[in-house]
Every structure is written in C-alpha cells, then in structure tokens.
Design a protein around this ligand. Sequence first.
Ligand code: GDG
Length: 460
Amino acid sequence: MNGRLICVSNRTGTTKAPSGGLAVAVSAALRQRGGIWFGWNGQIAEEGASAGEPDITHEENVEIIAGALTRQEYENYYLGFSNSVLWPVCHHRLDHVSFRRDYVDEYRRVNRRFAHQLGPRLKEGDLVWVHDYHLMPLGAELRAQRLEGLRMGFFLHVPFPPPDTLMVVPDHQWLVRSLFSYDLLGFQTQGDCMNFLHYVLEQAGGEMVGDSRVKAFGRELEVRAFPIGIDVGAFREMTRTAEARRTIRRMRQRNLGRAQIIGVDRLDYSKGLPERYRAFQKLLEQYPETQGRVVLMQIAQPTREAVEAYSDLRQELEWLSGAINGAFGDFEWTPIRSIHRSVPRSTLAALFAASRIGLVTPLRDGMNLVAKEYVAAQDPEDPGVLILSRFAGAAEMMTSALLVNPYNEEEMANALQTALQMSQDERVERHRDLMRVNEETDVAKWRASFLAVLEVVSQS
Ligand code: GDG
C-alpha cells in the first residue's frame, strides 16, 4: 500500500466521530493511509465576498482542507446545477429539473477552483478518490494541470440515469467526457454500470475493451459496481448498550403492544414519503383490524430547504399526516408520528430495534443505507421485516426483503399486512439472508475493494 489517499467530497467532516454514510466510509480509509480530505465546510461567504483560502486542520495523519462557497457559488453550483439539475435527473424526477446556463457555468468554475486549490498539494503516487455528483468534472480539471503520476477514481453515490434521461441535461456529453479523466468509475449497482455503458456505446461512439473496460474520447476507463454498506458491527453494538436497551424497552412500553413501523429519511422527494403515508392509510382502510394496533413513526430530517421542491414537500407531508391522524386517530392512538428534526444516531439504532417493520420505499435511491441499518439493528432470533423499494440500489442484492413498487400504494399496503402477519420462522430466515448481504457489503470491504481496484487499474 503506497501513496497517500486524497478524498474529495462535497462536504468534509471530522475523522474522529464521523456521522452518516459518506463520512464514516471516507474517514476510516483516510486514517488508515493518511492523506487529505478536501471539500466545502458548509459555510457561505458574505454577499459579494470571495470564498478566500480554505482552512487546514490536522487530525493525526489526515489534513482536512475545507473552505467556504461564495453566495453565488452556493446558489448556482450547489442549489442550482447540483441539486436542481443533477439530483432530480439522477432520481428520474424531471418535473423538478430547472436548468439555467449560470448553473452549469458556475459548476464548472467551482470544480476548477477546487482543482486549483488542491492540485499544488498533490504528490506523485497519491490516490485521488472523488465522491459524488457535485464533483464530476474535478478529475478533468486536475488532469488539465498536467500533474504526473496521479491515480484517480470517482464514486457516484446516486443512481446513474438511463441515456435518454441523462440527455435532459444540455451538457450531458461534456459531463460524461469529464468522467473519462478518471482511471476507475465506481457505481452502486450493476444497473448503474449498464446505464453508463449504454450511454457511452450508443451516444459517444465508445467500445468495450474488456469485461469492465470501456474506451471513448481517446481514453480507457474501468467501470465497476461497488455496492456501499454500513459498519455492521458498530451499528449492531449501538443497539446493545445498556442505554440502548433501556430506550428500546421504553419505546415498546409506550407503544402499548402496538406494532411500530419505522421510516427514516432525509426529507427529500426521492424518498417516496407522501406515497408511503398514503400506503399506510390504505392499510388502515383495507385491513380495519390494524386500526389502533399499528403506528407509523417517520423521522424526516429537513435538507436543502432553500430549494422550493423541498419546502413544498414538507408542507405536503405535514398536511397529509394531519389529515390521516384526524380521520383515523382517537384519544389513545395517533396513527402517524412524524419528527422533522435530526435525531441522534444512537436513538435511531434503538428505534430500528424497537420496530416490527422497516419501511424503506424511495422512488429511486443510489443504495439506501437505512435499509441496511434496520437489518443490522434486529434481534436475529426475533427480527422485524424489511419492506424495500425495488428502485433502491439496495434491492439489487437485498432480495429477501419484501420488495415493493413504491408507486403502487395498494401493493405497499398489502406488503405491510404480510409483514405484520409473517411467522417467526420466515422472519428469521429472511433476516439471515439480509445479514449476509450486510456482511458482504460492509463499508470496510467497500472502501478496500474500491482502492484495491484503483491501485491496479491505474498501473496498466
Ligand atoms: C446518499 C444516496 C446512498 C437519516 N436521518 C438521520 C440520520 N440519517 C442517516 C441514516 C443513514 C444516512 O443518514 C442516510 O443515508 P441513505 O443511504 O439512506 O440516503 P442519502 O442521505 O440520500 O445518501 C444513497 C448514500 O448516499 C451512500 O452512498 O446510499 O442512495 O442518496 O445513515 O441513518 N442520522 C442521524 N439523524 C437523523 O435524523 N444521526
């Protein structure tokens, strides 16, 4: 193992107590090898001010280099091209796309600025690992500086759309050509790899030059699926502390023997939340015996509220849960309990453990780590049931979940009823299979396999 690791992601964090998927994944790899974590610190410079030089902090063998965005960068690069063009396109929500020339120009400029700040700090032999849709052209901008001996990989956390969906972005060709500056492209699923290859073969005159190698724009590139997972051991441990056990007991008591259904998502239109609430309503209507006996607990932490689609969604959900609770609830039972705030990770783990059903029904999702966390939190001898959208990347391997079409509310209601009635033997068996997937995709394996491939491909 030689060469430092240079991770670039939209947001940086701390390697000491990382929370959330990407931060956990990246920080352990950085600590192991030593290197740099480069990205945005979440701050916005004052109106009219420049972004200035990034701050550098040292955490043992890791340098964290993080700077602000200008107001204009935040609006056009972050809210604009990243979250009002690429995010909806990758999640098949063309109704939410709003394209402006300023957006893509700024996106290009910010990637160039990052490359200029990072480039001079790189050394021959470094492994550069760029994450996610905000930073697709970063590799090309680094290559433009003619730095010698750099090995560069890119991992896309969100789905890669089919060609005709991607082509909604006026600059689709430029984006894909930019990706050809990397030595390795990692996607969440085989389906994403296929979508990318279709585009390259059909729209960019590319050709396959090996099982997972493709050539286009005068460059060759390795394309593979690396399904991301969680730190299974750490998550399971969180449900076993004395404190967690107390919380789980308390939650169960408070539910008075009612079956708790849990949903945990960022408050995002890709997560299928209104459809989920309506499916729950269908369950209560079609199976009246469930009334008074089930509770849907939904944690939905608001994000990107400066984008209109997100604030609209929050209102829609608040209205919908109010309507359902008003129609079905009584003095002793509130059918939907929703929390629109962030909840500590340890509380989430306890909530998962105390819930009979994990309801994970995104309309589209790169992977979805909540599905994996729910499974890891279950007692293997008396586990709950995972209901999972077919359109989450996680469904490609987690086939022992109850797979549902999140657009079909009736099917989801039926799956809820099936889960409520499932025998212990069947639950145990399904859970065993799902845990196997969890172990196979453990985040430690995920990052080790991406880096192992990156080291080999870039030498050829
Ligand atoms: C992107 C892709 C892909 C949620 N609410 C709270 C909270 N969370 C945690 C969950 C989970 C994480 O955030 C969410 O991860 P997901 O994978 O479910 O979804 P995205 O945020 O959309 O992530 C996704 C992922 O990247 C990794 O590649 O799987 O497809 O969209 O860990 O537990 N954590 C805390 N409080 C909350 O209120 N502490």
